[in-house]
Design a protein around this ligand. Sequence first.
Ligand SMILES: Cc1cc2nc3c(=O)[nH]c(=O)nc-3n(C[C@H](O)[C@H](O)[C@H](O)COP(=O)(O)OP(=O)(O)OC[C@H]3O[C@@H](n4cnc5c(N)ncnc54)[C@H](O)[C@@H]3O)c2cc1C
Length: 345
Amino acid sequence: MMIEKNKSLKALNTFGIDVAAKYFTEIRSVEEFQELAGDKRFSDEKKLILGGGSNIILTGDFDGCVVKNAIPGISVVNETGMAVTVKAGAGVGWHDLVLWCLDKNFGGFENLSLIPGLVGAAPIQNIGAYGAELKDTLLELEAIEIRSGALTKFSAADCALGYRDSIFKRKYQGQFLITSVSFKLTNLSTSKIPYRYQTEYGDVRKTLDEMKVQDLSLTAVSEAICRIRRAKLPDPKELGNAGSFFKNPSIPGESFTALASAYPKMPHFPQKNGRVKIPAGWLIEQCGWKGKRAGRAGAHKEQALVLVNYGGATGKEILELSEAIQRSVKEKFGIELSREVNVVQ
Ligand SMILES: Cc1cc2nc3c(=O)[nH]c(=O)nc-3n(C[C@H](O)[C@H](O)[C@H](O)COP(=O)(O)OP(=O)(O)OC[C@H]3O[C@@H](n4cnc5c(N)ncnc54)[C@H](O)[C@@H]3O)c2cc1C
């Protein structure tokens, strides 16, 4: 295990923010973490666990130790009839895991294709897209408590997954390093029950029709989703970003009724609990931010919800832009937008 000093994090965060870490190391096993735990350059310092850096905003040089999780490995750990349990190391690329499962004809991840980042970070915000969430397939995960070094198992229920939320963003924020995640998937090769594909969300059905797909398959759904995502979202390699910057707010039914009379065209999604979800991108667009630049940062020209680094923007500049957007939305609609992206101070 090598600990680097003054390591640039520019290539390690998808915003491309040019800051450095006082110390930086990669761990490839639980044992390597235990070795690291005994080193003062880790134990005495502020700590940041890093995955693919696709959901963080670095506000300055990190005065502490950054630990990149690179624990590898994907395996089938149990198979009973059509139910299959797959375990992946936290350092596996999320989309690599999706591709591995597609190749084996294991269903459950196809709608989550092409989400950047690593497996270990996926439970942190319960990644979701196109009508699916990690919650639908999570079985359990293993994590090391950073303070004590104890390896602990969390069941799916223990993780308290919600909309872009989990116990690791709340009570246990910064306290655990996830080492592996296990999922319950469906083996379509052995399943006798027809598989329920989710194609009703967004443009999935339309894209499958354009692709002239006659018989649905996991690969076809995944390919449709990859096409939609490539067309819609800026590629961080070309334009720094972290995907959706804010969560879609959900407001009480009465507040929605009042707003809807002023904005009858407001898109909205009633929830089971009586609240109504409003797309944050629409709210931001209505405030005139779509395509607007603030120095070296801006709101993307196609997706107002995606804040971008046009080159050389600092984390602080992007954060200031995000706060200005939050103020506009609050003033115009009385709605508080909360961040999806994790701020690293
Ligand atoms: C173009 C683009 C599109 C995106 N689309 C989506 C989408 O459709 N749906 C969606 O949900 N998200 C999306 N995201 C956000 C992002 O990809 C996910 O949140 C992803 O899970 C982040 O993974 P990461 O490895 O990059 O995490 P990082 O950004 O490295 O870390 C995120 C947080 O998790 C913590 N963390 C990371 N790894 C571990 C670990 N092993 N143990 C403990 N804590 C850890 C970090 O400390 C940090 O707080 C998108 C991002 C981009 C850039």
